[in-house]
Design a protein around this ligand. Structure first.
Ligand code: HEC
Ligand code: HEC
Ligand code: HEC
Ligand code: HEC
Ligand code: HEC
Ligand code: HEC
Ligand code: HEC
Length: 384
């Protein structure tokens, strides 16, 4: 009993020591005047894009594509892809956090958000009076928005803090950021966010933008959101050709190299391929893998047995948001291949006209993520 107490005391002392050292070693650059000016001068991501000299790297921006592909432009505009990255000072983000309070619980505390002259920031009530600047907002907010700040760490160089609190669209609430373990913060700044370094930090930006690389606490070449040229590649040459001739040469998806493998690679680059999953998880296939659609699809008989005929865009228009698609349209996709007598493939002994998705691609809800995902391993589930 007594020994237990001594050990506990020792652990607390060590933890405090670690905390203090980390605190001294880590300095938030955005608090320095230069950083603050840089963030404050830009009021929207559109401004950031406007500051990038167009065409320098072959990218022209989606407004240029609109000139000739207005239909795809209008669809894409409504898609989560087109809204998945913003500055935290963006009105859409500020309105969800400013003036609100969120209690993370021990050992973290209660967060208070405030939009001030230097942008959005958070402080812990009752804690040290430091406020922590919030710089970037990831996620369209269709389900969630998570905040991210870049900082300088004496040991690791530039690091990213993924803020502990996120906004969720269900019930317009603040809640705990998914995937963050509830353990003792190792430094004062880690009370505000989980620290990411190197590739994990870069990939976080990579998946939510068209281009952008973290260098010295800022994102250079930032082109926010998953726009046309993220999937199709830089468009400068295509635009030049299309302006010069009626029928421009094949581009991107029109090239002979484009097949269903390249498409699954493209979507899987962000929606995850099997290589992003541990072998153990692949073997056991827990429900949470439903989040990674390409992983499921690749093991479906529909994919394996249809010799390249099935890909993401068989069922999804890549430009159209999922919320614009009706269940009837989804069922029509299944029936295309599984119509009794008419199609070359087997048909269902239970139902040939309805309910395919609920039975063969059930949705698993992940409350912590503020959403659910449909299992893309299309199959007969034991429960029917
Ligand atoms: C550069 C990374 C990236 C690539 C490549 C990508 N996605 Fe996404 N996708 C995302 C992100 C990030 C979101 C979350 C958007 C948000 O914040 O709502 C998303 C969301 C979605 C959604 C749900 C949101 C909605 O409005 O419908 C669908 C469906 C989707 N992607 C399909 C695809 C398909 C199909 C492909 C391949 C043609 C693809 N994605 C390629 C990153 C990517
Ligand atoms: C490998 C690519 C990838 C990385 C890395 C990644 N994301 Fe995402 N993110 C996605 C995709 C794809 C989605 C859409 C559905 C899903 O899988 O949750 C998404 C969805 C989200 C959403 C929910 C958007 C909505 O409203 O539906 C948030 C918030 C988010 N990501 C934040 C982050 C943050 C913060 C990081 C870095 C710490 C990060 N993501 C790293 C690909 C990625
Ligand atoms: C998430 C990736 C992704 C994004 C973002 C995206 N596309 Fe596409 N796009 C594709 C894929 C994949 C195909 C091929 C679809 C197929 O084979 O059915 C395609 C096909 C096309 C086509 C030829 C077929 C058609 O629909 O006319 C055009 C033109 C096109 N995209 C333009 C655009 C423009 C313009 C934007 C931006 C406003 C854009 N795309 C954004 C993935 C994307
Ligand atoms: C000046 C007009 C013009 C502009 C600007 C333009 N395109 Fe095109 N694009 C065309 C024409 C014409 C075609 C060929 C006919 C068709 O598929 O519509 C085409 C075809 C495509 C295709 C299908 C390729 C194929 O070979 O099947 C894609 C993908 C595409 N464009 C994407 C883009 C993207 C992304 C942008 C912006 C970076 C863009 N286009 C800007 C005129 C234009
Ligand atoms: C491009 C064609 C294609 C599409 C689209 C398609 N499937 Fe399939 N599906 C197949 C093929 C091929 C098989 C293997 C059996 C066969 O050869 O008929 C299969 C097998 C299945 C099986 C049996 C799986 C097993 O493991 O035994 C189910 C269940 C199924 N599909 C449901 C669906 C549902 C539900 C949809 C719509 C969400 C769908 N399929 C869309 C081609 C397709
Ligand atoms: C056989 C048809 C089919 C194919 C192929 C398919 N999907 Fe889906 N997908 C669906 C259906 C059905 C839904 C649920 C739609 C809804 O809820 O409205 C869905 C939903 C999604 C969502 C929204 C989140 C979720 O899981 O509910 C994303 C993201 C997505 N698919 C990505 C992909 C990607 C990436 C690929 C290619 C690897 C792909 N899908 C291939 C039928 C398909
Ligand atoms: C109420 C649940 C339910 C609904 C709704 C349903 N299925 Fe099924 N499906 C099953 C079950 C259970 C089996 C396995 C039956 C067996 O093996 O006797 C099955 C088998 C299949 C098979 C494999 C048949 C074979 O011979 O291997 C395909 C393909 C299929 N379903 C497609 C579909 C499609 C497409 C739809 C929508 C039009 C659909 N199912 C709707 C429950 C359902």
């Amino acid at each position: 009993m007594k020994r237990g107490f001594v050990v506990l005391l020792l652990l607390v002392v060590i933890a405090l020591q670690v905390l203090r050292n980390e605190f001294l070693r880590t300095e938030l650059v955005a608090q320095e005047p230069k950083g603050a000016v840089e963030t404050a001068a830009v009021s929207s991501v559109a401004d950031v894009n406007a500051q990038t000299p167009q065409g320098r790297d072959g990218y022209v921006g989606r407004e240029v594509c609109r000139e000739c592909h207005v239909e795809n432009y209008d669809l894409h505009r409504m898609h989560g892809h087109a809204h998945t990255f913003a500055l935290a000072s963006d009105e859409k983000v500020v309105s969800k956090f400013d003036g609100r309070v969120f209690d993370y619980g021990e050992p973290y505390g209660q967060y208070e958000y405030e939009q001030g002259e230097d942008g959005l920031s958070v402080r812990i009530s009752g804690g040290s009076n430091d406020s922590f600047p919030l710089q970037y907002a990831l996620g369209s907010g269709d389900h969630a928005i998570t905040l991210l700040s870049l900082a300088k760490d004496a040991e690791k160089g530039t690091v990213a803090y993924e803020h502990r609190g996120s906004w969720f669209s269900d019930r317009d609430r603040l809640g705990r950021t998914p995937g963050q373990p509830l353990k003792l913060p190792e430094s004062e700044w880690q009370r505000f966010g989980m620290k990411h370094v190197d590739n994990v930090m870069q990939k976080c930006i990579y998946c939510h933008t068209t281009t952008g690389t973290v260098v010295d606490q800022t994102i250079v070449d930032l082109k926010a959101n998953v726009n046309c040229e993220k999937c199709h590649g830089p468009g400068e040459e295509h635009v030049r050709q299309a302006r010069a001739m009626k029928e421009p040469p094949p581009f991107s998806v029109g090239s002979s190299k484009w097949d269903s493998e390249s498409e699954i690679q493209l979507c899987g680059d962000c929606h995850r391929l099997p290589e992003a999953i541990t072998l153990k998880e692949l073997r056991e296939y827990p429900d949470k893998l439903a989040r990674f659609q390409p992983v499921g699809l690749l093991r479906s008989q529909c994919f394996i047995e249809s010799e390249g005929a099935l890909r993401c865009t068989t069922c999804h228009n890549p430009h159209q948001t999922i919320s614009d698609m009706s269940e009837t349209e989804h069922i029509a996709n299944c029936i295309e291949c599984h119509q009794p007598e008419k199609s070359a493939h087997v048909s269902c002994p239970v139902s040939t006209t309805e309910g395919c998705i609920q039975c063969h691609m059930p949705k698993y809800d992940f409350e912590s993520l503020g959403t659910g995902f449909h299992d893309h391993w299309i199959r007969v589930h034991p429960e029917g």
